[in-house]
Design a protein around this ligand. Sequence first.
Ligand code: UDP
Length: 406
Amino acid sequence: MVITLENYRGIVDDAVITEIYRKARRLYNKRILNINSTFQGGGVAEMLTTLVPLMNDVGIDAGWRILHANEDFFGVTKKIHNALQGDKIRLTEHKKDLYFQTNENFSVYTHIQHDIVVIHDPQPLPLIKFYKKRQPWVWRCHVDLSNPNEEICDFLKPLILRYDVMIVSHENYKRKELPIEQKVFYPAIDPLSVKNRDFPEEEFDNFLKKFVPDLHKKPFILQVSRFDKWKDPEGVIEVWKLVKEEFDVRLILCGSMATDDPEGWHIFGRIERKYSKLIESGDLVLINIENNFLVNALQRRAAVVIQKSLREGFGLTVTEALWKGKPVVASNVGGIPLQIKDGYNGFLLDPTDIEGFASRIIELLRNPEMAEVMGKRGKELVREKFLITRLLSNYMDLFTELLGCG
Ligand code: UDP
């Protein structure tokens, strides 16, 4: 069944729903095109999966196209992504060529007759160069831009300047050196997706048993994240080793491999080799398949959820865990403090503070009542601020403004 706005009644206020229908009136039949570089894996694909059908449901002609690219291209764009988050980059002529050529090729057979184009993230950013501009173009950047590498900024700047608006996920990601209009849209989750909806407990358990031997033998703590250095999976293992000295818990690291993220396999392999004994014992469980129902089951069954990112654009995995009533022990970086108030619905720590992480996790494991209270607060915060209906509303306001039909 394709999701419609009506399905959100009972989850958000009726006033939220009617407001969206009202905003839609000005946008009937307007054609909006979203372009990103993967249809699954990562937060962008996740949001588009719901947003695009919902836009259509309320009367907007919204489309979604995926940039066609190969592994080499994604190798380069991953480096660009990392550099935007502060890494060094060596931009060779070959890399630049691949970046532009892939976009140019795609532009040749991708005809754009839409009223607005929304480009997501750096991979399809150059597309704008290869079209005669006939409509507003929006660059939606989901990356943590608080501390970017300057070389990459200089390189991308001429492209970004061509856009009408740039949207970032946090006030701190706005860039002064870019004299274009910049707005903040917080990301959001879909409470009705397979990843977030509630299902009978035994269905979750039966499924989890396929991945976690003797599921009920001991509780587990969890981090769901791509195997990416910014998500610091090895740091999570170090934290867990300290927790384990006090509490007999497992650690599950679940991280699917996005097609636009070639580094993942490398990191996964390294962890597998380095911690083979712990994996053999069944105490450390590594999962690398993409499955929304599995993520849902894991987040619901986890005793505590961790998000030990070194950088984090927003951190949808935090939102998802909060929605399931879990307290989250997380790094005080990027978009995470927008979602966690320290000591209220989870704990915030410096990402290097391994002992601090461990002691907060132990505290929650010792106090299940406290964990429950925090979890309830987290769920309400997400209901109020981070559900997909709010994001839909943000986009509709933007489209109305850009089309001058307000
Ligand atoms: N995700 C998933 N399976 C995994 C790992 C991640 O489905 O094994 C999803 C996760 O549930 C979330 C998204 O990918 O919806 C990750 O978004 P986030 O903002 O946390 O990080 P990003 O990957 O965009 O940096």
